[in-house]
Design a protein around this ligand. Structure first.
Ligand SMILES: Nc1ncnc2c1ncn2[C@@H]1O[C@H](COP(=O)(O)OP(=O)(O)OP(=O)(O)O)[C@@H](O)[C@H]1O
Length: 318
């Protein structure tokens, strides 16, 4: 994929009024008997990247689509750049990348971008944006003939072409190859660098950890935790290693200081928690040696966002 370092990106956004980019308070959304969003409250600050995380069916898309003005809430309030989400003047100030393309199937790539650009006063150059997202050679390809990843990239381009103040990205990197994923991350980082507020949903914890200033974890339509990635993962460290599945962890636990914990998750991946220091490291390696076990990938690290996410939302499939 082609990459251009000096493309003009949205912004800089002139003077930031005091309201947050998005303010959601006590939001409720029901579909018949299903309460998809159940009193959700959070803020996305101006100039920050806010990542909304949650298991399948947690209510992320419902929430984002209400903020985008596409769905109506059944309760609570939502303000986008200080306004009700359905206000027409938001169209020129907000960029939207929906989960499913939203592009007419026969429309060609470049044609679509030019069309979207007409809604905005100072759009970016559509050719440069196509190049930036590796779509130049598909400029004349109808949307329906693009691969899933190419369709995603076109939707991303359409979301930013108007130099919006705020961009909503619903699972922007779902189904993208690593090159495209990195191009998307670079674009989001640059948007943020130029003062644009970004609200994104994602299932990739590494994406949230890498990009987000603020993470909102939702489950069953409610916020279960929020904060910066660092504040959510905390200062606590863990010792991790890989070895054959089924090691007798109770025995290892007996050798470790009181208050330590040991678990195997998933099979063959071991996590030791507690006062992680030289003593604990020595105990674990000595125990492995006595058991004739080679501990692969032995490392000490902080909890990941994925650990926190699974602790908060459980492991059962939704
Ligand atoms: N149009 C609809 N009609 C009926 N139920 C719906 C509709 N849209 C969503 N739901 C239900 O509302 C709940 C929340 O769905 P939503 O799409 O908001 O979740 P999500 O967190 O975005 O999920 P995913 O990660 O799978 O995209 C789910 O139980 C879903 O089945």
């Amino acid at each position: 994929m082609e990459s251009r370092a000096a493309d003009p990106l949205p912004g800089p956004v002139p003077r930031q009024p005091p309201e947050p980019a998005v303010e959601v308070a006590g939001l409720v959304k029901r579909y018949g008997a299903t309460t998809a969003v159940d009193g959700l409250t959070f803020r996305a600050e101006r100039g920050e990247v806010t990542a909304v995380l949650g298991p399948n069916g947690a209510g992320k898309t419902s929430t984002v689509e209400i903020c985008e003005g596409f769905r109506r809430a059944d309760g609570g309030t939502v303000k986008v750049l200080g306004l009700a989400p359905t206000r027409p003047e938001l169209r020129a100030r907000v960029g939207i990348m929906p989960q499913a393309g939203g592009v007419p199937p026969a429309t060609r790539c470049a044609e679509w971008l030019r069309l979207v650009a007409r809604f905005y006063a100072r759009p970016l150059d559509s050719g440069a944006l196509l190049a930036r997202l590796g779509l130049t050679e598909h400029a004349r390809t109808p949307f329906r003939r693009l691969s899933g990843g190419q369709q995603q990239r076109l939707s991303l381009a359409a979301a930013v072409i108007g130099r919006p103040e705020l961009v909503f990205l619903d699972e922007p990197t779902a189904g993208l190859d690593p090159q495209a994923r990195h191009a998307c991350w670079d674009l989001v980082a640059e948007l943020r660098g130029s003062g644009v507020s970004v609200v994104l949903t994602t299932h990739h914890m590494d994406e949230a950890e890498r990009l987000a200033d603020h993470v909102v974890i939702i489950d069953r339509g409610r916020v279960v935790a929020e904060g910066s990635p660092a504040s959510l993962t905390g200062a606590e460290r863990q010792l991790r290693f890989r070895a054959r599945p089924g090691l007798a962890l109770e025995e290892l636990l007996n050798a470790l200081p009181t208050g330590s914990a040991a678990k195997e998750s998933p099979a063959g991946h071991y996590i030791i928690e507690g006062l992680v220091g030289p003593e604990l490291l020595a105990t674990v390696t000595a125990w492995c040696a006595a058991e004739g076990v080679t501990a692969d990938d032995l490392r000490i690290e902080r909890r990941t966002l994925e650990d926190v996410f699974l602790e908060l939302t459980g492991k059962e499939l939704r």
